[in-house]
Ligand binder design. Sequence first.
Ligand SMILES: [Zn+2]
Length: 309
Amino acid sequence: MDFDLIVRGGTLPDGRVADIGIAGETIAAIEPELTAAAGTVIDARGNLISPPFVDPHFHMDATLSYGIPRINASGTLLEGIALWGELKPLLTHEAVRERALAYCDWAVSMGLLAIRTHVDVCDDRLLAVEALLEVKKTVAPYIDLQLVAFPQDGLYRSPTARQNTVRALDLGVDIVGGIPHFERTMADGTRSVTELCEIAAKRGLMVDLHCDETDDPLSRHIEQLAYETERLGLQGRVAGSHLTSMHSMDNYYVSKLLPLIAEAGVAAIPNPLINIMLQGRHDTFPKRRGLTRVKEMLALGIRVGWGQD
Ligand SMILES: [Zn+2]
């Protein structure tokens, strides 16, 4: 059999060295040595060949904006959100689109072909939403780009966030987002989880909330997220991003919580690269790292996907 393309001598994820024969758009053979001919041959000796990488948590509307209009001096999430608030009114459609496309070029060059990005809807112009919907179309031939409608400043805390979230979904954004720990009260956070899950259930969408991204062990919105997932039959369609408060929670409570997350089929998306920088900033000593409980979740069969944020 002849192939359109043979990739020779690359190392597969399991450590084997093999030739890969591709016919049309199909991987037709993986063997130690293919003798067939091919239209194109790529020499991959010494390189890794793997399925595409997936980044399930990103903020493409903020990518490549470091230093605009200034840098985050305290290194905290709260200053980060405030800084993003300063940048937002200065954004233009073109600038968001060009930075996002530049990032997508980098992503593809590193083998990253599936990205879920949150997009802030707390700008009544919905400029970033429109720019990223355009980017999604542009990169569709090579990147599977999902958009999450993300009310960064709080679904209830920001006066127009609720209506803007719905507007963004109407424009074609794929997933319902939220940030319960940033609402004014725990009760509002809880209520936001319920309402966002109801919106998703009604529209047949997925849910991915920034959930408990704090060092406060009493931030327990993931509990409500698992509850609403069960109640509304959203199993397998819901993710909790960050979950850093779990680092600081008491073990007895976590021993009850994790099985409920597993039972509801809620996935976890930790973002350790960013959270080891952001969390524990208010601590003197000992300083917490603010990473969620990955090994314990995996042991219970909870799906975990690493994000870049
Ligand atoms: Zn995020």
